[in-house]
Design a protein around this ligand. Structure first.
Ligand SMILES: NC(=O)c1ccc[n+]([C@@H]2O[C@H](COP(=O)([O-])OP(=O)(O)OC[C@H]3O[C@@H](n4cnc5c(N)ncnc54)[C@H](O)[C@@H]3O)[C@@H](O)[C@H]2O)c1
Ligand SMILES: [Zn+2]
Length: 360
């Protein structure tokens, strides 16, 4: 098992990564000194696979455990589902010291985290992420939230969990397309922060695709460490945290114009990162050799690296980039790489150079 400590003063917590952790959730919650009652929030896909095991562990540790099941997929991140969760928490008589266990992917984590952040002005919550994306990204850093009709993640709170348990065994049932999408974020950590991690992913891609337990545990732990490190330096996204958005300006726009659901997030940011690498070669000194390594690694992960766009779609893409939350004063800012492992945020990029990167 690997442990990553997230240092945030009084709100510090651990991320545990390994096999067989789900059946230890009760014991671990006991160690945190949480109240007697809890609710597992999960979705209709993950619940039938893992909720029983989690509930049994919690019950065995003496917790009164309720299970709240929401629809699977992005639509669960809505105000109406939040309302249903509040009602169920109240019906189960959850109190100040009671806690929420988020069992599922990033959708459940964001939803349950927001519910925990706001119910009774905040009750503790524990994350048990079951997708690769959630294990290396959404469960770390304390961002919780839901979508509005007007856009994704427009309502939310910064709210830290008391514990994150990444049971790698749960990834066995994850559809392979979802798994590969998670690899896109893993590769991102290498590019933005850690050349040695990037080298390792290159070396161990075959093992990663096979979900080799030790390789996966070490790589997931390193990614969590990097995210925790970045977030620890900039919890509320006033600066450095922006580097986590490498490849995301174009990636988010691709998701938006193709209708959410056509591309998984990881697929869209794979294309976005390859484009950002090409722009980096033009204006930040990234070598062509590094661009080729980056492109190749996404390909080996089974991810798309380019997109064919009509001129009408391209106009939509630019419009979408301009409404992205990360735009300030109408200017599109990018994270660009100088070399693998070293990036700068807030870089101005012209429309021409974005076009060239998408054409290349
Ligand atoms: N809070 C953050 O910092 C942050 C960061 C990145 C992404 N996110 C959010 O995360 C969400 C995406 O998360 P995701 O990619 O995990 O998607 P998801 O939660 O929708 O999970 C993907 C699908 O896989 C299923 N699933 C989950 N675990 C499974 C398992 N072990 N076996 C079988 N099926 C399983 C789910 O039911 C779902 O159908 C988005 O809403 C995004 O905004 C948040
Ligand atoms: Zn992402």
């Amino acid at each position: 098992m690997q442990t990553v400590k997230v240092a945030l003063g009084a709100r510090s917590y651990s991320i545990e990564i390994g096999s067989g952790l789900l059946s230890t959730v009760g014991k671990r919650c006991q160690n945190l000194g949480l109240g007697k009652r809890c609710a597992i929030i999960t979705d209709r896909r993950v619940g039938p696979l893992y909720a029983k095991k989690a509930a049994a562990s919690l019950k065995q540790a003496g917790f009164e455990t309720n299970i709240i099941t929401v629809a699977a997929g992005e639509k669960a991140k809505s105000l109406s589902v939040v309302g249903q969760c509040y009602d169920q928490l109240a019906a189960c008589r959850l109190e100040r010291k009671s806690f929420v266990v988020a069992l599922g992917g990033g959708v459940v984590g964001d939803l349950a985290g927001f519910v925990a952040a706001s119910y009774l002005r905040g009750i503790p919550f524990v994350q048990v992420p079951t997708t690769l994306l959630a294990q290396v990204d959404s469960s770390v850093g304390g961002k919780t939230g839901i979508n509005l009709k007007a856009g994704k993640n427009l309502v939310g709170a910064f709210y830290q969990p008391r514990l994150v348990l990444c049971d790698l065994d749960t990834l066995r049932t994850l559809p392979s397309r979802e798994y590969r999408a998670g690899l896109a974020e893993i590769i991102k950590y290498g590019i933005i922060y850690d050349a040695a991690l990037f080298d390792r992913i290159e070396r161990d891609m075959t093992l990663l695709l096979k979900k080799h337990p030790r390789t996966l545990a070490e790589v997931v732990a390193r990614c969590c460490e990097i995210k925790a490190d970045v977030v620890g330096q900039d919890e509320t996204e006033s600066g450095l945290r922006a580097i986590l958005n490498f490849g995301h300006t174009i990636g988010h726009a691709i998701e938006a114009i193709s209708g959410y659901g056509k591309f998984l997030h990881g697929e869209a940011i794979s294309i976005g990162q390859v484009a950002a690498a090409k722009i980096s070669a033009e204006q930040s000194g990234l070598s062509e050799e590094d661009v080729a390594r980056i492109t190749q690694l996404f390909k080996r992960a089974g991810l798309p690296t380019k997109i064919k766009l009509s001129s009408a779609q391209r106009a939509k893409l630019f419009a979408a980039m301009k409404v992205d939350k990360k735009v300030s004063a109408g200017e599109i800012k990018f994270v660009l790489a100088r070399k693998i492992g070293r990036v700068d945020f807030g870089q101005k990029v012209s429309a021409d150079s974005i076009n060239r990167a998408l054409d290349a």
